[in-house]
Write a protein that binds this ligand. Structure first.
Ligand SMILES: Nc1nc2c(ncn2[C@@H]2O[C@H](COP(=O)(O)OP(=O)(O)OP(=O)(O)O)[C@@H](O)[C@H]2O)c(=O)[nH]1
Ligand SMILES: [Mg+2]
Length: 359
């Protein structure tokens, strides 16, 4: 199934049931008073952060969320039943953004009056500029996206000294509704960033139980993957591996931009650099390009605590390259490793241990 980390949906909660108009009819009580009950409340649309859901694909395929309406009231003061709520499980780390009505599929899809920019679908909206309504950052956290309408009042409420046979009732209220963009921003302690083929997935596989796909071609990783690394038996770090970045990633070349959102919430950026200079690359300029892309995407992201993993140290010549690299790149901790052969991983663990035990 498709990996979806941003989706636009329309949600409408259930309407309240109507109040009932009814009078007591019993043997020997010819003129009973009003006994019409209230309508039930409409169902809510509720989002729940579910650790077992890793993306928003379910909503991509079913973007119209509806909850049941409340039942109407009945005679004998019987309340209508409340409408069933619609409970939607979303991944932990889902942000909810309100969208104006006009951002709805019908309008945004094709409006001949709008110029090209405006006509772009909301999937391309830059949500970073928006203030979210809610952030489902903790497992099992819930958020009522749209509340069901209140039930109407039955005529039992309208009896007064001047009106003993009220026919008045009120209708149920409509449920709340609206357009929303849901955006997944993965929550992990560490984010791995680097060019394609730098060995990010190999590194994640080496330090965690995750089994990301590894291959000798760029863009092997197509979705963010989170692995868990044991630091010292009882403390754990989560590490997010994202698709490789290339120059121009901030303007959405390659797979870049789309996935940088998944490292926005990391506490540490771990830059993975290929010291074997595979494909004729130069690690120094690679690293500088990488930093530039991150900064262009989000200057605050570039401010995050960062370190460098100098990977593929098993390859002949890498030691020399590392010397040059160290001379050229200042201000970052550099840990040489071979993710493939498992070399240097203890030093990496110590570095992470040091960084995360300070917090
Ligand atoms: N010699 C050597 N090769 C490595 C090392 N780490 C990774 N590789 C190789 O580099 C290639 C790319 O590795 P991946 O882990 O898929 O790289 P990635 O950074 O996740 O790549 P994308 O997902 O495409 O961005 C594979 O052929 C790996 O076997 C290493 O430490 N030494
Ligand atoms: Mg990968």
């Amino acid at each position: 199934m498709k990996f979806v980390d941003q989706v636009r949906i329309h949600a409408r909660a259930g309407e309240g049931g109507n109040g009932c108009c009814s009078f007591r009819r019993e043997k020997f009580v010819p003129k009973g008073g009003p006994d019409g009950g209230d309508g039930g409340k409409g169902g809510d649309i509720i989002l729940v952060a579910d650790p077992n859901t890793d993306n928003l694909a379910a909503l991509y395929y079913d973007p119209n969320l509806r909850a049941k309406r409340g039942a109407h009231g009945q005679g004998k003061k019987k309340h209508g039943r409340n409408g069933e709520s619609r409970i939607v499980r979303v991944p932990v780390g889902t942000l909810i953004h309100p969208l104006p009505d006009t951002a709805g599929l019908r309008v945004a899809a094709r409006d001949p009056e709008a110029d090209g920019e405006e006509a772009r679908p909301a999937a391309k909206l830059d949500l970073r500029a928006m203030t979210p309504l809610a952030d489902l950052a903790a497992p099992e956290q819930t958020f009522t996206l749209c509340a069901g309408g209140r039930g109407g009042k039955g005529n039992v409420h309208f009896k007064s000294s001047t009106n003993r046979v009220p026919r008045q009732t009120t209708d149920g209220e409509p449920g709340e509704e609206g357009w929303f963009a849901l955006e997944l921003r993965t929550i992990a302690d560490v984010g791995l960033v680097g060019f394609p083929n730098a060995g990010k997935s190999t590194l994640l596989g080496a330090v965690s139980a995750a089994h990301p796909k590894v291959a000798a071609y760029p863009f092997t990783t197509l979705n963010p993957i989170v692995g868990v690394m044991d630091l010292d038996g009882y403390r754990r770090l989560t590490i997010a591996d994202i698709p490789g970045l290339i120059e121009g990633a901030h303007e959405n070349r390659g797979l870049g931009h789309e996935f940088l959102r998944h490292i926005l919430r990391c506490r540490l950026l771990l830059h993975v650099v290929d010291l074997a200079a595979t494909d004729g690359r130069d690690p120094v300029s690679d690293f500088r390009t990488l930093r530039r892309e991150i900064k262009l995407y989000d200057p605050q992201l570039a401010q995050k605590p960062s370190a460098i993993v100098a990977n593929k140290m098993d390859v002949p010549g890498a030691e020399e390259t590392l010397k040059i690299f160290r001379r050229s790149i200042r201000g970052f901790r550099i840990v040489p490793v071979s993710a493939r052969d498992g070399l240097g991983l203890d030093a990496l663990r110590q570095l992470l241990d040091g960084i995360f035990s300070m917090a």
